[in-house]
Design a protein around this ligand. Structure first.
Ligand SMILES: Cc1cc2nc3c(=O)[nH]c(=O)nc-3n(C[C@H](O)[C@H](O)[C@H](O)COP(=O)(O)O)c2cc1C
Length: 293
């Protein structure tokens, strides 16, 4: 009898463990199937899985009724016959364009000398000729010349950049940047006559308030930025490509941009300062960057 009273709590614990195990086992298929069904609703065939970057496609977190699909099936197609050059002209033009672009450098010392607004309009217009996923044109170029706004931008960027350099970037990143002699002081944000802030629109909003998917918006806007850099170079202006880490939300608020717009790039634009210097970098030769099969 005494033995039984000693064993009772032990038996009770074992019984509880067995019941617990059975319950967990019974719940498992349920969890797996709910995970599977979630994965199914998350499955977005237009996202390149290998790219591992779903920033280009907005997850439709809201009701599907808030979204609209393109109905441009009726878009007419028109003849297209651009100028065709003789081979020697082609060769010359391609060589000239390479020479022009090979002179492009990231310049961190920009002159305060004014630049005609018309030139800025033209280079941004040129950037807007970029291809975009399903022709969604998911870009907004915010051009800032107002000195007070430029200064506000500088304050935001410098505050975040100091934290980036001191804490977020880590020793390796800071070490890799050392040769460029960059730091969190960004005088050019006050000095450059223009700052162009490029936002990617993660989705579009139609006049009726419905949302439109912006396929591959990050890739599309990056291409537009590349064309903008080429247009600036062509006009004889300089810039430095910057991607200010963690400044996006504050800059979006300052510039009163909507929530679907995310800051991708910030370009200070102007003439180079008369005493501007650049790191003496070398570019890879063609054989190192091209594989011909
Ligand atoms: C995506 C991207 C982000 C960059 N971010 C910065 C930046 O935050 N600050 C900076 O001074 N330069 C930045 N750069 C400029 C690079 O340091 C520069 O392009 C590189 O050193 C090569 O020099 P080059 O542009 O003169 O050929 C960035 C460039 C790219 C493409």
């Amino acid at each position: 009898m005494a033995l039984l009273s000693v064993l009772t709590p032990v038996l009770a614990v074992i019984l509880c463990l067995v019941i617990g195990f059975i319950l967990v086992k019974r719940r498992e298929p349920e969890t797996t199937s709910s995970a599977r069904s979630k994965a199914k609703t998350d499955f977005r065939p237009w996202v390149d899985q290998d790219l591992q970057d779903d920033t280009e496609i907005t997850a439709r977190e809201e009701e599907d009724s808030e979204w609209v699909d393109s109905n441009e099936e009726d878009l007419p197609h028109v003849p297209y016959s651009p100028l065709r050059y003789p081979e020697n002209t082609m060769l010359q033009r391609s060589q000239d364009f390479y020479t022009l672009m090979n002179q492009r450098r990231s310049v961190r010392f920009i002159s305060p000398e004014p630049v005609p607004q018309e030139v800025i309009n033209n280079v941004v217009h040129t950037a807007g000729t970029a291809p975009s996923g399903a022709h969604t044109e998911p870009w907004t170029f915010v051009v800032v010349s107002d000195p007070e706004t430029k200064h506000q931008i500088r304050l935001i960027v410098e505050e975040e950049e100091e934290v980036n350099y001191r804490q977020r970037m880590g020793d390796k990143w800071v070490h890799d940047l050392a040769k460029l002699k960059t730091n969190w002081i960004k005088e050019y944000l006050d000095v450059a006559p223009y700052l162009i802030l490029i936002f990617k629109q993660t989705y579009g909003t139609l006049p009726n308030g419905k949302k439109k998917t912006h396929y591959y918006n990050e890739i599309s806007v990056s291409i537009a930025c590349g064309i903008l850099l080429a247009a600036l170079q062509n006009a004889g202006l300089v810039t430095v490509t910057t991607t200010p880490l963690n400044c996006g939300p504050q800059l979006r608020l300052l510039l009163k941009r909507p929530a679907n717009e995310k800051l991708l790039m910030l370009l200070p634009v102007g003439y180079p300062a008369s005493d501007a210097t650049v790191p003496d970098l070398k570019r890879k030769p063609l054989d190192d960057i091209m594989v011909h099969i």
